[in-house]
Design a protein around this ligand. Structure first.
Ligand SMILES: [Zn+2]
Length: 457
């Protein structure tokens, strides 16, 4: 409205003025309408930045995990310890895929025989948005025959950042007998809306498990040294979640399991990715270096234990020389020769003696307090492969972490510098070196060999 117009009287001139005003109001309104329509059409067009951004977020969330999994696979042939098996990675179902999730939960519900369980679990899992605060979750449980199906969703804030870690744990419990746990792990960044389904980073058939939910009883036969393992039942009610869980990360090759400790702490995801890298190595190797090394130790020490027992029996005149050679000495020497192992029959058990040039002192796989001195070039190679395999797993883990960060998900907000990462790896490699020291004592030359390989990292 223009100002200074008379309002108290009307004249023909004023009527014209009014018409003009109406006209101009009309114009104004229609201009505004055009603007609004333009605006709406602009919003309806494909270029609406809000829609585009949101679509990108969802697509990207689905893709970050897949891309990171693919990256792990591509990195394996680049390893120092080269793969010896072809592996084809089948597409893995994404936890963000509602149809897949519904089917999965439905399957569990059918197994548990409960519609109620299904509905409750569906509600907890298919919530459109990630929880933005910590939650201990509610336990869903259904008994069916001897089995109890348990399910819980827990959410935790990651230290030093804004990420939310969501843990969905499923447990099939046979009370008094055993239990089978498994987890889906999802990380979300509430600020940029990105999410990552960590299951997408695993090779075929691998799954995550919380170590706290997986208790194994080991019983050692004092005579043979053989260890019997039994899975114990663990109730999901006792599980506190990943936060404050013990520092326990592992990859179980045969069982195809990756166990995780505290993912909310600094270095948690670096450790997890390191174990995931080992899972990928397993997928690409018939001969996994660590297993080969451990198998070697087991076989060699069991042969030498036989000979050692034979020597005792002979000394106590329980058996004669002929029997000793025929039954205990010759078959074991043959086996050891096949493995490229030499030893001195008189002094291989002398654990006081320091290993000489080219010799190793290895622990008995069954009786760790027993040591044998052997000569083996093959062992040098096995330890070398093992060291390279370890180095590869760290390299792959760091690369994939950096890749994921570039896509918008910083999973290690507290590992800011190279120094931070180095400290984390040093700590873990220290454990690995301790492990080697515990089972293999060698002359200076081989020690340097292992260290030299490690220093290249
Ligand atoms: Zn490792």
């Amino acid at each position: 409205m223009r100002e200074g117009q008379p309002r108290h009287s009307e004249s023909p001139g004023q009527n014209i003025e009014k018409e003009k005003k109406r006209a101009s109001l009309n114009e104004l309104f229609s201009e505004a309408k055009d603007k609004i329509i333009d605006g709406v059409f602009f919003l309806l067009s494909k270029t609406d930045p809000h829609i585009v951004a949101h679509e990108k977020r969802i697509k990207k969330s689905e893709k970050i995990g897949k891309m990171a999994g693919d990256f792990f696979e591509k990195l394996i042939p680049e390893s120092l310890h080269k793969p010896d098996k072809r592996y084809r990675h089948p597409p893995r179902e994404d936890v963000f895929n509602d149809i897949y999730r519904t089917r999965l939960i439905l399957r569990e519900a059918v197994a548990a025989g409960s519609r109620q369980f299904y509905q409750a679990a569906e509600q907890a899992v298919l919530k459109p948005e990630m929880q933005t605060e910590e939650s201990q979750g509610r336990l869903f449980e259904k008994e069916s025959g001897d089995y109890t199906t348990q399910f819980i969703v827990k959410s935790f804030n990651q230290d030093g950042g804004e990420n939310i870690i969501k843990e969905e744990v499923l447990n099939s419990l046979k009370p008094g007998d055993f239990s089978i746990p498994s987890s889906d792990l999802i990380v979300a960044n509430p600020t940029n809306g990105f999410k990552i389904d960590l299951g997408q980073l695993l090779p075929k058939d691998f799954k995550f498990e919380p170590p706290e939910m997986s208790k194994i009883e080991e019983k050692k036969n004092p005579l043979t040294g053989k260890v019997k393992r039994k899975v114990l039942p663990v109730d999901l009610r006792t599980y506190q979640g990943t936060k404050n869980a013990p520092d326990n990360f592992y990859a179980l090759m045969g069982a195809k399991i990756v166990g995780y400790g505290d993912l909310t702490k600094k270095g948690g995801f670096l450790s997890l990715f390191h174990e995931i890298a080992h899972a990928w190595q397993e997928a690409h190797h018939d001969n996994f270096a660590r297993s080969e090394f451990e198998e070697f130790q087991k076989t060699v020490s069991s042969c030498l234990l036989d000979i050692s027992i034979g020597k005792e029996l002979l000394a106590e005149e329980e058996i004669n020389q002929e029997k000793f050679e025929e039954v205990l000495l010759k078959p074991n020497i043959d086996k050891l020769k096949e493995l490229g192992v030499e030893f001195d029959l008189e002094s291989f058990e002398n654990s006081e003696r320091e290993p000489k040039e080219g010799e190793f002192k290895i622990a008995d796989a069954a009786f760790q307090e027993k040591f044998y001195i052997i000569k083996s070039e093959h062992l040098t190679e096995l330890i070398g492969n093992y060291a390279r395999e370890e180095r590869d797993a760290w390299a792959h883990a760091i690369r994939v972490l950096r890749f994921v960060k570039k896509q918008g998900m910083d999973l290690e907000p507290e590992l800011k510098s190279i120094k931070d990462i180095r400290e984390m790896i040093d700590h873990s490699l220290g454990t690995y070196q301790d492990y080697l020291d515990e089972i293999v004592d060698s002359n200076e030359e081989v020690r340097r060999f292992v260290r030299r390989k490690k220093e290249k990292e």
